[in-house]
Design a binder for this molecule. Structure first.
Ligand SMILES: NC(=O)C1=CN([C@@H]2O[C@H](COP(=O)(O)OP(=O)(O)OC[C@H]3O[C@@H](n4cnc5c(N)ncnc54)[C@H](OP(=O)(O)O)[C@@H]3O)[C@@H](O)[C@H]2O)C=CC1
Ligand SMILES: O=C1Nc2ccccc2C1=O
Length: 287
């Protein structure tokens, strides 16, 4: 098992279980890190319009494909996102066209996400309609959401003109932020869960329970956290800008965490958010 190990989305398309998150990788380093990631076995890259490195991420993929002609574009999964300031039908069309132009060297985008629900009903609805059109056109293969809470998902699933359900919901998840209700809602609705900030951005690397589990498995805390996400059935999106960390972060498929390991790692009482939490953003009638 490796970077090619995958889940199947509700669209029927497969998605590699591990993706390289490229948030905060400096623009000038992104192409090389993505290229090296593909060399190391990654087949999935997660970017966003706001990360300012979409073009460099796509170019890293294009360079690797050009140098490895036995491999096909279809083996690689490239995600980007539409930010809050481009909600609404017209602005979302514009944002995705810009993302497509930046991804020109790889031809299409595998997944476009609504980055967060932070607007209002009409704007979110317009955004989803624009994404549905891109998906129908084939320029975008799958569409989904990020940072949606249960209420935002319920709202979307009730659009009277809904044609395509979200393929994924990308949310912050790690042993200090478990979100069982939201995860179960996604699973029940056949929405694949993607875990972002799966390393809790490094804030918990010295947690004594994490260190104990890591010692037992002769693995690093990073590898245990990635394995934890996989064992929960999540797509996992660890970020590193350091080429030397790419391979070790993928060397996780042999880790089998026991029930006792999971109990020791998971901290249901913490609800530790490392960044923003748009899953609680109010609906129109809550404002
Ligand atoms: N949809 C959304 O709203 C959000 C999406 N995301 C996505 O999730 C991805 C990952 O989340 P992110 O918040 O970046 O943080 P992560 O939880 O992935 O943690 C990244 C941190 O861990 C460090 N790290 C990585 N590997 C190792 C290692 N082997 N040993 C020691 N330290 C390590 C990195 O440092 P270094 O780079 O120096 O290795 C960096 O400081 C993002 O890049 C983005 O794609 C993230 C946040 C929000
Ligand atoms: O990767 C991300 N890190 C962030 C921090 C703040 C807001 C959005 C994001 C991301 O999408």
């Amino acid at each position: 098992m490796s970077g090619t190990s995958s889940y199947t989305l509700n669209s029927g398309v497969t998605i590699p279980k591990v993706g390289l998150g490229v948030y905060d990788i400096p623009i000038e380093a992104t192409e090389d890190v993505v290229y090296e990631a593909l060399k190391a076995g990654y087949r999935h890259v997660d970017s966003a319009a706001t990360y300012d490195n979409e073009e460099q991420a796509a170019n890293g993929i294009a360079r690797w494909l050009a140098e490895n002609p036995t491999h096909k574009r279809s083996e690689i999964f490239y995600t980007t996102k539409v930010f809050d300031d481009h909600h609404g039908y017209q602005l979302t069309r514009q944002s995705v066209e810009e993302s497509l132009a930046k991804a020109a060297r790889i031809g299409y985008i595998d997944l476009v996400l609504v980055h967060s629900p932070r607007s209002d009903y009409n704007m979110r609805h317009g955004t989803w309609n624009a994404l549905q059109e891109f998906a129908a056109s084939g320029k975008v293969k799958n569409i989904g959401v990020s940072n949606y809470g249960i209420k935002h998902l319920r709202e979307l699933l009730a659009y009277p003109d809904l044609k395509i359900k979200p393929a994924v919901n990308q949310i912050e998840l790690h042993p200090w932020l478990l979100r069982p209700r939201l995860v179960n809602f996604c699973k029940k609705n056949n929405i694949v869960v993607e875990a972002y900030s799966p390393l809790a951005r490094g804030y918990k690397f010295d947690d004594p329970d994490l260190l104990a589990v890591a010692r037992r498995h002769k693995k690093t805390p990073t590898q245990i956290l990635i394995a934890w996400s996989l064992q929960k059935g999540y797509v996992v999106l660890p970020k590193t800008a350091k080429i030397s960390r790419l391979k070790p972060n993928l060397d996780v498929f042999d880790i089998k965490l026991s029930t006792d390991d999971l109990k020791q790692l998971e901290k249901p009482g913490e609800h530790f958010n490392t960044g923003w939490d748009p899953t609680v953003y109010p609906l129109d009638n809550e404002k």
